[in-house]
Design a binder for this molecule. Structure first.
Ligand code: SF4
Length: 273
């Protein structure tokens, strides 16, 4: 039993972290022992998987079969009536929105974080919002989570420069708090325009909050990952945010399942005439 204020504070911090991780995985529903999904039986043989290079093993450990495909449709919403909607290149769009103050984050950011990568990419990777490193440097996914994202991409034979990487929000929420609905509503049309200009074949969405914002759902990450969604007419898959993997390495294995499936979908798409 804790017997000092420091012990109690530490216990509360541990409980909060545990609940946040459970919420990340299962959504707002609290699972009890009797409602937990059945665990895999000990001694049951794993499905045979092809051997992997050392980097992949180092990153993700062993693999398991992917989940069955599914679909959550996203309704198209019209653009706001603003001048940048007519921009035809990423550079033009960036220059037209980089001083945006449509929500309060425009007054607290250090740098506007538009996006980075190949303007003709087949793949767009979408995260939630810039963090402290991104806010300081003006580029998405440059901190520890960004380095892990680079390794994940490398493990499925993509280079960072080959894809396009951006966030739903272009400015950092103070203290890395979750984005507010009004901030998402103000900023998400910028992402639509980026996607419209790039015309990617596939989107990989990172993290539960990003996926909930894009798909307009309260579904848990467990419900959204392992499926192929439709985002504004483009196939999209959802997996863990690299920052979540840094907090909980147990999620590397399901992430590996997701990105393998994503790579397979990309390869199949490229083979189509
Ligand atoms: S977060 Fe988006 S809407 Fe808000 S100020 Fe930044 S660019 Fe504008």
């Amino acid at each position: 039993m804790p017997d000092t204020n420091d012990d109690i504070k530490k216990l509360l911090t541990d409980v909060q972290r545990y609940l946040k991780e459970e919420q990340e995985l299962f959504g707002d529903y609290i699972y009890t022992e009797s409602t937990m999904p059945p665990k895999k039986q000990a001694g049951k043989p794993e499905a045979q998987q092809p051997s992997k290079p050392p980097l992949e093993q180092d990153l993700f450990g062993s693999t398991a079969p992917p989940a069955k495909p599914g679909k959550i449709a996203e309704q198209h919403t019209p653009y706001p009536n603003e001048p940048w909607v007519k921009s035809s290149t990423l550079d033009e769009l960036n220059s037209m929105i980089c001083n945006c103050t449509k929500c309060s984050l425009g007054h607290t950011r250090t740098k506007f974080v538009f996006g980075v990568g190949n303007p003709n990419a087949d793949i767009v990777i979408v995260g939630e919002a810039p963090g402290a490193d991104e806010d300081a440097q003006g580029e998405p996914f440059v901190g520890r989570a960004g380095q892990l994202l680079n390794k994940i991409l490398e493990a499925i034979n993509f280079k960072r420069e080959e894809v396009y990487i951006c966030n739903i929000l272009k400015c950092r929420p103070p203290g890395n708090r979750d984005p507010q609905p009004e901030e998402v509503e103000a900023c998400i049309p910028h992402l639509w325009k980026q996607i419209e200009i790039i015309k990617p074949k596939l989107i990989l969405c990172l993290g539960r909050i990003s996926a909930q914002m894009l798909l307009k759902t309260n579904a848990s990450l467990g419900d959204m990952r392992g499926k192929v969604h439709d985002y504004r007419g483009i196939k999209m898959m959802v997996t863990y945010h690299p920052a979540a993997l840094l907090r909980n390495p147990n999620w590397k294995k399901p992430t590996w399942e997701d990105v393998q499936k994503f790579r397979k979908m990309y390869d199949e798409m490229k083979q189509q005439p």
